[in-house]
Design a protein around this ligand. Structure first.
Ligand code: PMV
Length: 323
């Protein structure tokens, strides 16, 4: 019997965003999405079988707060209710980057946890099944299972699949961390609010489907300029929908806007870089691998920028060891 599993997954940032659920249950996305897994941002999770009769959860060595605990408990109960798992467990997760504040921690967190639980499972799970299970924890986590460049379609029970392996991707991202980024409305609550109240929700969903088809075509042609243009426009369309939500979901701060404007200026001066933003104030800058150093150097000079992390494409989730 397996006693302990260590698994790892990289965070991903979407080029085409997931914002909106088909129904409140099961994290079924209303928008298809495409993402890039990032080598410098990852979660390592140690799951240990315990005889205590209760599950326990720790993040970066501290017990998790109640909301996170309830969410994780529900997640383990889901595995047990599907007869994929039995027994009780302790879960120790550590992120090598700030948790919350829109830095994609749920993508790597649930992907690492699903990968570890998969090793304990009574059933042999393939990567597509693991992706579905990671999705039940957090939609974006489905994409961290295949990692690299991943596509996550809209369907009755979708999983994410890999479009390209890391070594075939000629671009990466600089994660620009801004000062004083506050913890904002979480993505599940935000998505539901947008669905119910944003006058732009329907057009956002329609546009996301078009952006998804268009980016697939230009990825095939390896046309970085088009990939970047669609990526930036898609993020801005999602934020337009968020901002129009009532009450408004304004995830940006002044520094976010300065970074978006700077990216445009650098582009006009010949450095090809495109901005994308999740449900937080930080910005991810998409650029060719050869340009990442230059982009990071420039980003660090913007007032209010705390750090700029150069990230290259990463692979999928994996079990590191078990005993
Ligand atoms: O996986 P969730 O429920 O945290 O949602 C992710 C939402 C965005 O980060 C804003 C977009 C995306 O596709 O990652």
């Amino acid at each position: 019997m397996i006693h302990r599993v260590v698994a790892c997954a990289h965070a991903n940032i979407a080029l085409i965003k997931y914002w909106g659920k088909q129904t409140a249950l099961g994290n079924l996305p209303a928008t298809p999405s495409i993402s890039l897994a990032l080598d410098k941002l990852y979660t390592e999770t140690i799951v240990t079988r315990e005889e205590k009769g209760v599950d326990e959860f720790f993040l970066n060595d501290s017990p998790v707060e109640k909301t996170t605990k309830d969410r994780l408990l529900k997640y383990l109960n889901f595995w047990r209710s599907e007869s994929l798992l039995d027994g009780t467990f302790s879960v120790h997760s550590s992120n090598n980057f700030p948790t919350g504040a829109g830095l994609a921690s749920s993508s790597s967190g649930f992907a690492a946890l699903a990968t570890a639980l998969g090793k304990f499972s009574n059933k042999k799970l393939n990567r597509s099944e693991l992706s579905v299970l990671a999705r039940r924890g957090s939609g974006s986590a489905a994409r961290s299972i295949p990692g690299a460049l991943a596509a996550f379609p809209v369907s009755a029970n979708p999983s994410a699949r890999r479009l390209l392996p890391p070594e075939k991707i000629s671009w990466g991202m600089v994660i620009v961390v801004v000062n004083n980024a506050e913890k904002e409305t979480g993505s599940s609550i935000g998505m539901e609010l947008s669905r119910k109240t944003s006058p732009y929700y329907k057009s956002w969903i329609a546009q996301a489907h078009k952006d998804y088809q268009n980016i697939l075509a230009v990825i095939k042609k390896d046309d970085f300029t088009k990939v970047g243009e669609i990526t930036e426009a898609n993020a801005l369309a999602m934020h337009a929908c968020m901002i129009a939500t009532r009450p408004a979901l304004v995830y940006w701060n002044g520094v976010t806007v300065d970074i978006i404007r700077s990216a445009k200026q650098w582009r006009e001066n010949g450095l090809e870089v495109y901005a994308t933003i999740d449900a937080g104030a930080h910005v991810a800058l998409l650029a060719r691998l050869d340009d990442l150093n230059k982009v990071a150097k420039k980003a660090k000079k913007i007032e209010g920028v705390e750090k700029a992390v150069i990230c290259k494409p990463a692979g999928g989730s994996r079990v590191i060891k078990w005993e």
